[in-house]
Write a protein that binds this ligand. Structure first.
Ligand code: ADP
Ligand code: MG
Ligand code: ZN
Length: 665
C-alpha cells in the first residue's frame, strides 16, 4: 500500500481513506426513479380545457387553486376535493385522484391579473380560487423529463457492459470493461516507458533468444543499416516455448529498452462477444501503430486468435475468430516491410497455430525460448535470489541440479517458497534445507501428513521404492540416485528421487535401463507380497509410453524397423487414419509386450541376484523414512557406471523436446 505521509507529521498513519463504491449501488436510484415515474403517472391524466370552460368552473366556485405560468401562457386548475364528483364524466366516469385536474392555454395577449381579478371578484370570499402566478418557465423541467429516459437507458447500458467486461476478465490489455461505443477500438496499450522496469538484465539465461530479440530492436533503431544492403526487415517474430520460460518477460524487456513505441495486447482481447469486433480491433491496433511510424506490436498468447482455421469447423463454427485471424494476416501483409512496424508474438502452443501465420513475410522468425539448462538455471536463481537473505550453507550447484526441468517461473516460485518455508521454521536466514523443501514441494506436491498408512502398507511401499532405487543403482545407465523417501507427497506414497543427467540424446541401452528402474517397484512388490498392488500405476503409465515411444516414434524395434509414426508437424494427419495396417498395429503391440516382458525379467534377475542388499535398503528405509545415495552406497557398493568401452560418445545433436524428468516415485 502506498505510504502517503506528505504534509503530515512523521509517524502519522496514512490519512488517505479509500472509499470503494460498488457500482451496483448506482442502479438503485435509477430503479427508484423509474418506479416513481411509473407511480406518478398512475391515475387519470389532467384534461385539457378551454379558457371559457375555466371561467365557467371558477364561477361555479369549485376551484381550489389555479397555477399560472406567465411566460408559457399556460395554467393548471385544481378542483376542491368535495366538488370533484361533479366533473367525473369529463374524466371518463372516474374521479381523478391526482391534482392538478385540468390544464389550459391562453393567447399571448392574455392579461392574467385582470382576468383572474375579474373572475374572483364576482365570487363570495369562501368560494374564491387561490391564484398562483409565476414567471418561471417550466421549459427546463420539461426538457429534463424528456431526456431522463434516454439518459437512463444509456447509463444502464454502459453499466451493464462494464459488468460484463469485468466478468470476462478483461486480460492485461483489457483493463476492465468494454465501452459499447468503442467496442471495435483496439484495447492494445501503448507502453509507457516510465512504468516498465524490466530490462534485458532481468531476463537470465535464454542467451540465444535474447540476442535475436535484441536484433529486432536494432532493426527498428537503425533500419538503414540493413536496407542499404538490400535486406528486407522482418515483419514479425514469434516467441515459442513452454509456459513460464520468460516469453512475456522478454517482450516486456523489449518495451523497456527499445526506443520505439511499444503496443502490447493479449490475443484474448481480440476475442469478444460482438461479431466483427475482433477484426476491427486488429485494424485499429495496426492503424494506431502506423500513425507512430515506427512501432513494435506485441501480441501475447497469440494462439487465442491464431488457432488453425477450419479445424473442427463442424463443431464450433467459430467464424468470429477466423475473421479476426484473417484480418491479422491481411494487416501483416498490408504494411510495407520497411515501414518500421514489427510484430512480436508469444505462444506456448505453436503446434496449433495456423500455418499461414508462420509463412515467411508474416512471422518470418521463430525464436525458441526453451527450458533453462543447468547454467541458465543458476543465472535465473541469481536474479530471483536478490531480495532473499541467504544462509551460509546455501549451495547453488546442488540447488540448480535439483531443479532439472524447472522453468524460469518455477524457479521464481521455488525461491519464494523457500523463503516461506524458512519463515515457517523460524529460521533467521533462508537455509539450503528450505530450498530443498520448496523444490520437493513444487515437484511432488505438499507433504501429506494426513496419510496414515498401516504397517503392512508401509512395508510394501518401502520395498517398492527400494526396488526402484536398487535397480537403477545396479544398472550402468540408471539415473544417479539422490534420495529415497517414504514421506507421502501429493498423490505419491513414497518416492525415489534421481538427478537425471540433462542430455539431449538417448541411446537404446539407456532407455532400456531406465525402463528397468521404472518397473523395479512393481517387481519388488511381486517378490515381497507375491502379488501386485495399485502403487505402481504411475510407473507403468510412464513405462508404457516409453515402450510405445521406442517402437513407434524412435524406430528402435527390429520387427517394426526404422519407422516413426510420430507427427511433429501438428497437422494431426494420423488422428483419423493411421498410416499403417492392422497387421502392423498388432505387430507393434506384440513388440511392446515382448519388450516389457524382457525388461521385467531383467529387473527380476537383478533384484533376485542382489536380494540381500535390496532387503537391507528396504529395511533401512523403513527405519529412517528418508535415505540418501550414501546410505545405499554403504549397502550396495559404489554405483555401477557405464563401462568406458561400451559407453557411447555423446554427440551434441540437439533435439527439441527433451524429456524433462525430475523422476519421482
Ligand atoms: P511465459 O513464457 O509463460 O510468458 P513469463 O515471461 O510470464 O513466462 O514468466 C513468468 C515469470 O517467471 C517471470 O515473471 C519471471 O519472474 C520468471 N522468469 C521466467 N523466465 C525467466 C528468466 N529467463 N529469467 C528470469 N526470470 C524468469
Ligand atoms: Mg506469457
Ligand atoms: Zn514406483
Amino acid at each position: 500500500m502506498a505510504q502517503q505521509n506528505k504534509g503530515k507529521k512523521k509517524g502519522n498513519k496514512p490519512r488517505v481513506k479509500v472509499i470503494r463504491i460498488n457500482l451496483a449501488w448506482l442502479y438503485i436510484p435509477f430503479i427508484l426513479l423509474i418506479v416513481g415515474m411509473l407511480y406518478s403517472n398512475k391515475g387519470v391524466p389532467a384534461q385539457k380545457i378551454e379558457w371559457a370552460q375555466v371561467q365557467e368552473i371558477v364561477r361555479s366556485g369549485d376551484v381550489k387553486e389555479i397555477h399560472f405560468v406567465r411566460n408559457d401562457f399556460e395554467g393548471t386548475v385544481t378542483i376542491r376535493p368535495d366538488s370533484l364528483g361533479k366533473y367525473a364524466e369529463m374524466f371518463g366516469g372516474q374521479v381523478p385522484s391526482k391534482s392538478p385536474h385540468f390544464t389550459f392555454m391562453v393567447s399571448t395577449k392574455f392579461d392574467a391579473e385582470k382576468e383572474f381579478g375579474l373572475l374572483n371578484e364576482a365570487l363570495p370570499e369562501e368560494s374564491r380560487a387561490k391564484i398562483v402566478m409565476e414567471n418561471d418557465s417550466k421549459l427546463w423541467s420539461g426538457i429534463l423529463e424528456w431526456m431522463l429516459f434516454p439518459i437512463l437507458l444509456i447509463l444502464m447500458w454502459v453499466l451493464m457492459f462494464r459488468g460484463i467486461g469485468k466478468n470476462m476478465g478483461g486480460g492485461p490489455g483489457g483493463g476492465g470493461g468494454i465501452n459499447p461505443f468503442n467496442a471495435g477500438k483496439s484495447t492494445g496499450k501503448l507502453a509507457d516507458k516510465k512504468n516498465i522496469k524490466v530490462t534485458f538484465k532481468d531476463v537470465a539465461g535464454q542467451h540465444g533468444a535474447k540476442e535475436e530479440v535484441m536484433e529486432i530492436v536494432d532493426f527498428l533503431r537503425n533500419p538503414d543499416k540493413y536496407t542499404k544492403l538490400g535486406a528486407r526487415i522482418p515483419r514479425g517474430a514469434l516467441l515459442v516455448g513452454p509456459p513460464g520460460t520468460g516469453k512475456t518477460l522478454l517482450a516486456k524487456a523489449v518495451a523497456g529498452e527499445a526506443d520505439v513505441p511499444f503496443f502490447s495486447i493479449s490475443g484474448s482481447d481480440f476475442v469478444e462477444m460482438f461479431v466483427g469486433v475482433g477484426a476491427s480491433r486488429v485494424r485499429d491496433l495496426f492503424a494506431q501503430a502506423k500513425e507512430k511510424g515506427k512501432a513494435l506490436i506485441f501480441i501475447d498468447e497469440i494462439d487465442a486468435v491464431g488457432r488453425a482455421r477450419g479445424r473442427n469447423a463442424g463443431f464450433s463454427g467459430n467464424d468470429e475468430r477466423e475473421n479476426t485471424l484473417n484480418q491479422l494476416l491481411a494487416e501483416m501483409d498490408g504494411f510495407d516491410s520497411n515501414s518500421g512496424i514489427i510484430v512480436l508474438a508469444a505462444t506456448n502452443r505453436v503446434d496449433i497455430l495456423d500455418k499461414a501465420l508462420m509463412r515467411a513475410g508474416r512471422f518470418d522468425r521463430q525464436i525458441y525460448v526453451g527450458l533453462p539448462e543447468l547454467e541458465e538455471r543458476k543465472e535465473i536463481f541469481q536474479v530471483h535470489l536478490k531480495g532473499i537473505s541467504l544462509g551460509e550453507d546455501f549451495d547453488m550447484d546442488t540447488i540448480a541440479k535439483h531443479t532439472a526441468g524447472f522453468s524460469g517461473a518455477d524457479i521464481a516460485n521455488a525461491c519464494n517458497e523457500a523463503a516461506l518455508a524458512a519463515a515457517r521454521h523460524n529460521h533467521v536466514k533462508v537455509l539450503n534445507s528450505d530450498f530443498i523443501e520448496a523444490i520437493d514441494r513444487i515437484v511432488a506436491g505438499i507433504e501429506r501428513k494426513d496419510y496414515i498408512l498401516s504397517a503392512e502398507e508401509k512395508r510394501s511401499i518401502a520395498h517398492h521404492e527400494a526396488g526402484h532405487a536398487v535397480t537403477s543403482w545396479l544398472l550402468p545407465h540408471g539415473h544417479a540416485l539422490l534420495k529415497v523417501t517414504l514421506i507421502p507427497r501429493g498423490n505419491a506414497l513414497g518416492a525415489a528421487w534421481y538427478l537425471p543427467d540433462e542430455r539431449k540424446l538417448m541411446f537404446k541401452s539407456e532407455l532400456m535401463d531406465q525402463m528397468c528402474s521404472l518397473i523395479g517397484g512393481r517387481v519388488a512388490e511381486e517378490m515381497i507380497n507375491g502379488e501386485p498392488s495399485t502403487g505402481a500405476q504411475n510407473d507403468l503409465e510412464r513405462l508404457t509410453k516409453l515402450a510405445y515411444g521406442m517402437v513407434q516414434t524412435y524406430g528402435m524395434s527390429n520387427t517394426i524397423g526404422n519407422l516413426s509414426y510420430y507427427d511433429s508437424t501438428g497437422d494431426r494427419a494420423y488422428d483419423f487414419n493411421r498410416p499403417y495396417s492392422e497387421k502392423t498395429a498388432e505387430a507393434m503391440d506384440a513388440e511392446v509386450k515382448t519388450l516389457v516382458a524382457q525388461i521385467h525379467d531383467k529387473t527380476l534377475k537383478i533384484l533376485t541376484d542382489n536380494k540381500e542388499g535390496f532387503l537391507k535398503v528396504a529395511q533401512l528405509l523403513l527405519e529412517k523414512e528418508t535415505i540418501f545415495a550414501e546410505d545405499v552406497e554403504k549397502i550396495l557398493g559404489p554405483k555401477v557406471k557405464p563401462s568406458t568401452q561400451s559407453s557411447p560418445e555423446v554427440a551434441e545433436a540437439p533435439e527439441e523436446d527433451k524429456e524433462s524428468d525430475n523422476s519421482n516415485e
